[in-house]
Every structure is written in C-alpha cells, then in structure tokens.
Ligand binder design. Structure first.
Ligand code: ADP
Ligand code: MG
Length: 399
C-alpha cells in the first residue's frame, strides 16, 4: 500500500512526546448503513489505519460496484496513517482513557499543564468520547476519578485542592456553563502575560463522582443549541472543562512549596466546513467562527510542530480558543488529541480532513521539561490566577 501523506511507521510514545495523537473510529450507524456507502476506513492494528484503500488489496471493503459512489472521490486515495493509538469501533471508553489521558495525569500532578482535545466532524463521536453516557462515562468522568485516586494515594504527604470550571466558546464569546445566566465573559491575561484569566467565571468542587456527572449534565443543557436543527445540538461551540489542581506538602517547613497545574478537556465544535453545514446569517457566522478557531488551533499546532523552538512566533492570539489555552498548549505542556471519525464513505471528506489534521498534529515532538514556573514556587510568586483560584476555593470551603 502506498503512503503519500503519512509515515507507515507506527509511533511509540515516550516521555519526550508532548503530544499523543489518537484516532477513534466509531461504528457505522444505522443511517449510514442504510445509505449503503462503502466503508473507507480500516484499522490495520492498534497504531495504524488505512484510508480509502484499493478494493483488491482488501476484500473487507467488498466490491465497490455494489455500493454507492463515495462523494468527493475520483480515484482511491489508498493512504496509510500511523498514530499513537488507533481505536476501532469496538473500543471501550476505558481503553480510550487508559491509552490516552491516563498517561498524562501523573504529569498534571507534577505541575505540568495538559490539554485533551476531541476533534472531528459533527456526529463523529467527540461528545461520546469526552462525556459519554451514564452507562459508558467518557474521558472527563474517568479523568476525575483517576485524579482523586492519585491524590488519595499521596494524601499523607500532600494536601490538595481541586476546582473545576466548565465553559463554552460560541461565536468567539465565552459563556459559563456552570451558571444559568448567559453572559459573555471577558478573557484577559495575568500580569506576567502567561496565564489567561476569565473574569467572573465560576469554580466548583465536585464532591464525588455522582456530583461531577450532575455538574456535567447540567452544564451540557446550557450549551448553545439550535431548536430548528437537532443535529446542531452542542456541535457549534467548543466545550471546555478545566481542572485546577493545587498541591501543598504537609511536612513542616515546606508548606510554601506549592505545585499548581491545569488540565483542560475540550469537546471541540464540529470540524466540517461551514459551507457544508451552513447557508446564511447566524449559521454562516457560526461556521466562520468555528473554522477560525479550529484553523487557529491547527496553526498553533503547526507552529509548534515546525518547532523552531519556543522563541518562534506561535499565533495564540488568533482565536479565543487558542488564547484561552495559551498556557496549556505546546512548549512545556502535554497534549492529547483524539480525532474522531466515521468509517462510512458518506463522511469521506470529513474523515480525510480529520486524518490530515491529526497527522499534522503528531509532528509536534519536543522535550517536556518540568514546568519550573509552576513548581515549588514560594507563595508570594503565585500568578493572580492562582490567587483567584485560592480565593474561590476558600469561598467554597466556607459555604
Ligand atoms: P459529535 O459530538 O462528534 O457530534 P457524538 O459523540 O454526539 O458526535 O456521536 C454521534 C452519535 O454516535 C451518538 O449517538 C453517539 O452515541 C454515537 N457514537 C459516537 N461514538 C461512538 C462509539 N465509539 N461507539 C458507539 N456509539 C458512538
Ligand atoms: Mg458533540
């Protein structure tokens, strides 16, 4: 099989990788099955997949004459892609969590900011991967459970505070998903121009796993939806769940050595082209803004991937999403991208674009140093965001 786009060598993650790029192929749904398009994605092994292979090379795809012609395809692309993980349609939420996000959680507790993204077109499985259902909870729930477990293991040595925020970015505006009131919140930077601060955002401390599920489900109900288009439910905005972790040693004399880190879990808006899903007015603007922020995210990733070092210009300022994640992408951060795709030929273009986006993302490979800015700082050197957070946590404790 030829591989004009991607390397056929599969990737092995190491401590030196700052990004883990995985692809999750969801099962073909009944609607797609009924349309009778051929499948265009096949998992080769746990790190490789083929996209649009020649039928004679793979009988799994069946004779193409029996199927509808795939939209946008003139001749077979016949590509092989290698990623850190390829999850097939029968992959479980637990498997996806363990091979991706679970690996970076020790880094978070070491004071390194991490971001986890679910990328892909509408309907490709992003929300299923991040949120899931009560029966099959997704990455956010499993992450919190694991974090509490890891913190509990260290409870004799370290005291730890966790607070979470949940927000959406819709049309380049930030809204708090923990509040009923829909008010656009301003984004600014702390005095060091390092950490973004959202003025007025609410922090909460989930008391246990059930409480977390409740917070997530209430927050989701507040995501921007379009009553006229069921398909558009929660697909036009980026949902960003952030966990702030603040650890302090218990040993006398070391109480001022505090480790802080932020973990961002992001259910991105659908990556399909605006022209495909929108036609005019508000929807066209939404589409343009979604494209703008995903393009900006791609550009930041590309700039980090071309990696002329941390000194080169990284265009964080080009969208709210990248501004918000400025301290959580690239350089000294760890990133997990889970690109979600449908195997069906009716999503041919979307799948192709998602695979190319993910393929570019995996070029980022620089050494992660422990984030000395965040680790073991004396109390007076905290950035204002942490001061904000401590106040919020104190306030919650007093309630
Ligand atoms: P997106 O958030 O990307 O728009 P969803 O996560 O809402 O897509 O998925 C669309 C539909 O497909 C949902 O009904 C979801 O339950 C189902 N689905 C997505 N991924 C999977 C999967 N890996 N296994 C089973 N069903 C899935
Ligand atoms: Mg969704």
């Amino acid at each position: 099989m030829s591989c004009p786009v991607s390397s056929t060598t599969s990737r092995t993650s190491s401590q030196e990788d700052t990004i883990i790029v995985s692809v999750r192929i969801r099962p073909e749904n009944a609607q797609e099955h009924g349309l009778d398009y051929p499948l265009v994605v096949q998992m080769i092994d746990s790190k490789m997949l083929s996209f649009d292979p020649k039928p004679e090379q793979d009988p799994y795809f069946g004779p193409p004459v029996a199927k509808k012609r795939v939209k946008g395809r003139h001749k077979r692309k016949d590509l092989t892609f290698g990623f850190d993980n390829v999850f097939g349609e029968s992959s479980t939420q637990r498997e996806v969590f363990e091979a991706t996000t679970k690996k970076v959680l020790p880094c978070v507790l070491d004071g390194i900011n991490c971001s986890i993204f679910a990328y892909g077109a509408t309907g490709a499985g992003k929300t299923h991967t991040m949120l899931g259902t009560p029966e099959q909870p997704g990455i956010i729930y499993q992450t919190m459970k694991e974090l509490y477990f890891l913190i509990d293991e260290k409870k004799n040595e370290i005291s730890c505070d966790i607070a979470v925020t949940y927000l959406e970015i819709y049309n380049e505006n930030i809204y708090d998903l923990l509040k009923d009131e829909k008010r656009c919140l301003p984004l600014r930077e702390d005095s060091n121009k390092k950490s973004p601060i959202i003025t007025g955002i609410s922090y909460t401390k989930p008391t246990d796993a059930q409480d977390l599920l409740h917070i997530l489900s209430q927050g989701n109900k507040r995501r921007t939806q379009h009553p006229t288009d069921a398909n558009a439910q929660s697909s036009r905005s980026h949902a960003v769940f952030q966990v702030y972790i603040h650890q302090k040693p218990r040993a006398a004399g070391t109480e001022t050595e505090v480790t802080v880190a932020k973990l961002s879990l992001i259910d991105l808006a659908g990556s399909e082209r605006a022209t495909v899903t929108t036609n005019s007015g508000v929807r066209l603007r939404e589409g343009a803004n979604i494209n703008r922020s995903l393009l900006a995210l791609g550009n930041v990733i590309n700039a980090l991937a071309s990696n002329k070092g941390i000194k080169s210009h990284i265009p964080y300022r080009d969208s709210k999403l990248t501004r918000l994640l400025k301290d959580s992408l690239g350089g000294n951060c760890r990133t997990v991208m889970i690109a979600n795709i449908s195997p069906s030929g009716c999503s041919f273009e979307d799948t192709y674009n998602t695979l190319r986006y993910a393929d570019r993302a995996k070029q980022i490979k620089v050494k992660t140093n422990r984030n000395v800015v965040n680790v073991q700082l004396p109390m007076h050197k905290y950035t204002s965001i942490i001061d904000d957070l401590r106040l919020q946590v104190k306030h919650l404790q007093e309630e």
